[in-house]
Write a protein that binds this ligand. Structure first.
Ligand SMILES: Nc1ncnc2c1ncn2[C@@H]1O[C@H](COP(=O)(O)OP(=O)(O)OP(=O)(O)O)[C@@H](O)[C@H]1O
Ligand SMILES: [Mg+2]
Length: 313
């Protein structure tokens, strides 16, 4: 790994469904924005999460500022295709002629991966966008990748297309995408996992695919939802004796102690998975604590963001 994520342009966050990818994108985005990087979080045709963490409504296809210096966009295939078509064809009239006829629409629906390619293409274009003065519009693009399998096939598309067509305007476009994805100076892929059985299995598999198939430069492994160490073995013994004694006297106290015991047991269970992740996933690991908050919103993102800023930059 050459340097921290703040020096990159294209930071991808991938992992199994529900492990906290969108949370990490928001936290990384917030830290980058605070460090002075003009940052955009790109969600790919999904139920938006990024703006909600910052108390904002959906962004849709128009980038919305959700915090000072931090933007979000939900890239959808139709407006992305429209934008791309206009960029290439210059005139709305010509675009309509080419893209809005039934045969073309059918073709687009039929070609597998076409929608995904359009989504990736727009994300890629965010990296190429320049101001009138020629500076990049975005310093940092954070891509909230679809869950495991979908994420891999999406990120693999440019390579797959290049394997079947090596020349022509399409190949040129796609080659530039592949070059960005595999450029360690600009791109970094981070994995998110949880210290639980299924996420650990998928993360090991995913890390392997990143290495063998995608060849995208690897960043960090973010292990989310790590429970605190609440008690030593000795304290645990003491707690259980206390529980037996107190439970008889006041059942509420007994229940409270059972609750603490369950948390201690959960951490114990996590230990094994943490060790397995560290052993089998060849990325520097960062543990992100489980946050005991009733409302998982800006405050949670803020805590995680400050913690990541300390170790990832
Ligand atoms: N460190 C944490 N502590 C406590 N709760 C968390 C933590 N991280 C995430 N969560 C909870 O898990 C929820 C899901 O997280 P998130 O939406 O980031 O997952 P995801 O991987 O993006 O899911 P999907 O695959 O559905 O897009 C959050 O809304 C939050 O309630
Ligand atoms: Mg998500």
């Amino acid at each position: 790994m050459s340097s921290g994520y703040l020096d990159k342009r294209f930071v991808i966050v991938a992992g199994k469904g529900g492990v906290g990818k969108s949370t990490m994108c928001a936290a990384l985005g917030l830290a980058a924005a605070r460090a002075g990087k003009r940052t955009i979080i790109a969600e790919l045709n999904t139920r938006e999460k990024a703006p909600h963490f910052f108390g904002k409504p959906d962004s849709g296809y128009d980038a919305q500022e959700i915090f000072e210096n931090l933007y979000s966009i939900n890239i959808q295939p139709e407006p992305a295709l429209h934008e791309y078509g206009l960029m290439k064809l210059k005139f709305e009239r010509v675009f309509k002629l080419v893209f809005e006829n039934e045969a073309m629409q059918r073709l687009l629906r039929m070609v597998p991966g076409m929608n995904e390619l359009i989504l990736l293409g727009k994300a890629f274009n965010l990296e190429r966008e320049r101001t009138r003065r020629g500076d990049p519009v975005w310093d940092l693009i954070i891509v909230d990748a679809p869950a495991t399998g979908h994420g891999v096939s999406l990120l693999r598309l440019p390579q797959v297309i290049l394997e079947v067509s090596r020349s022509g305007p399409m190949a040129e476009e796609v080659r530039a995408m592949r070059d960005l994805l595999t450029d360690p100076a600009r791109t970094m892929l981070n994995l998110v996992s949880l210290p639980e059985e299924m996420p650990v299995k998928e993360t090991i598999m995913l890390a392997d695919q990143v290495e063998q198939i995608l060849r995208i430069p690897k960043g960090y492994l973010l292990i989310n939802g790590v429970f605190p160490v609440l008690a030593t073995a000795e304290e645990r013994g003491w707690l259980s004796t206390l529980g037996e004694a107190a439970g008889g006297a006041d059942p509420r106290l007994g229940r409270a102690l059972t609750c603490i015991d369950a948390m201690v047991a959960r951490r114990d269970l996590q230990e094994g998975y943490l060790a397995e992740l560290r052993r089998r996933v060849p990325l520097p690991a960062i543990e992100v604590p489980f946050l005991f908050q009733r409302e998982f919103g800006f405050d949670a993102i803020d805590v995680i963001s400050r913690q990541l800023a300390d170790v990832m930059v």
